[in-house]
Write a protein that binds this ligand. Structure first.
Ligand SMILES: C[S@@+](CC[C@H](N)C(=O)[O-])C[C@H]1O[C@@H](n2cnc3c(N)ncnc32)[C@H](O)[C@@H]1O
Length: 260
């Protein structure tokens, strides 16, 4: 069971406000390229593909075949279909793929929804060819202060709604993730911070914030008072940004964990 229900309403909100526009993903493109080492004829499995933003990006950027596996019918319905993209029902612990049939696995903001990460790691090991990478895009609680190197407010939502950190604290840590994958035969290959940027202004973000609340696991956890306080914080920042001559580029920092 995912932490939230990815029903038709959530899928529509996710598509509208949670997908990072392609222009904001250039740093992800280069980080993934370095570790994927894409080549023609490769097959990448996008596990928990959601509405397919990364499925489409990988197929366009790297000319690889992508199998998008997604448990929610409403999310799956929104994945753009092309000749290089196959969309299948399934989840991380039951992948509809043959043994040793894929050259890489991608899991973006998914591992906190997986009920048994060790089970999923074994299943991913089964479908990947030897040496193939698992690429995980995620906010890991142990990467942030006080234990880690990063500031949690590198995550944009945490900057405005600090109580969203409460949900992130319950997500699998780097350590949990590496342990689950180590038991399935994977070793950590890289852990890097990657930035994404958003073309929408802070004022546009404020306009989307109710939809965000519906589409984001960490926002769903907020009390009404926490949400209203954060929205007010954001509203004041919008006013200040309007007074400033050059608006700040909106950005978000997450980790790319690579295992092989
Ligand atoms: C936050 S969304 C991320 C979607 C997409 N990866 C992205 O980054 O745009 C999480 C997705 O994980 C899916 N999901 C939930 N439980 C899952 C599981 N056990 N295995 C695979 N995917 C799962 C949900 O249906 C949802 O589409």
């Amino acid at each position: 069971m995912a932490r939230i229900s990815y029903d038709a309403q959530t899928a529509a909100a996710f598509k509208a406000v949670r997908e990072v526009p392609r222009d904001g993903l250039s740093e992800w493109r280069e980080a993934v390229r370095r570790h994927l080492r894409p080549a023609r004829g490769m097959t990448l499995v996008d596990i928990g593909a959601g509405t397919g933003a990364f499925t489409a990006a990988f197929s366009d950027w790297f000319e690889v075949s992508v199998i998008a596996v997604e448990p929610s019918a409403a999310m799956r319905a929104r994945i753009p279909r092309t000749r290089a993209v196959q969309v299948l029902e399934g989840d991380a612990s039951a992948l509809p793929l043959a043994d040793a049939s894929a050259d890489a696995a991608w899991l973006s903001l998914v591992i906190h929804h997986i009920p048994d990460l060790s089970d999923a790691a074994r299943e991913i090991r089964r479908v990947l060819r030897p040496g193939a990478p698992v690429l995980i895009r995620q906010g890991f609680p142990d990467r942030y202060e006080p234990a880690g190197d990063l500031k949690l407010d590198g995550i944009e939502l945490v900057r405005w709604f600090p109580e969203t950190a409460r949900a992130i604290e319950t997500f699998p840590s780097v350590r949990d993730t590496c342990e689950a994958f180590a038991a399935a035969g994977f070793r950590q290959d890289a852990l890097v911070q990657v930035r994404e940027t958003y073309p929408a202004t802070l004022a546009e973000f404020l306009g989307q914030i109710d939809a965000f609340r519906h589409a984001d696991t960490t926002m769903r956890d907020l009390t009404e008072a926490e949400f209203l306080r954060g929205r007010e914080r954001l509203r004041r920042a919008v006013e200040e940004a309007e007074d400033a001559a050059t608006p700040e580029t909106r950005s978000n920092w997450l980790d790319l964990l690579v295992l092989r």
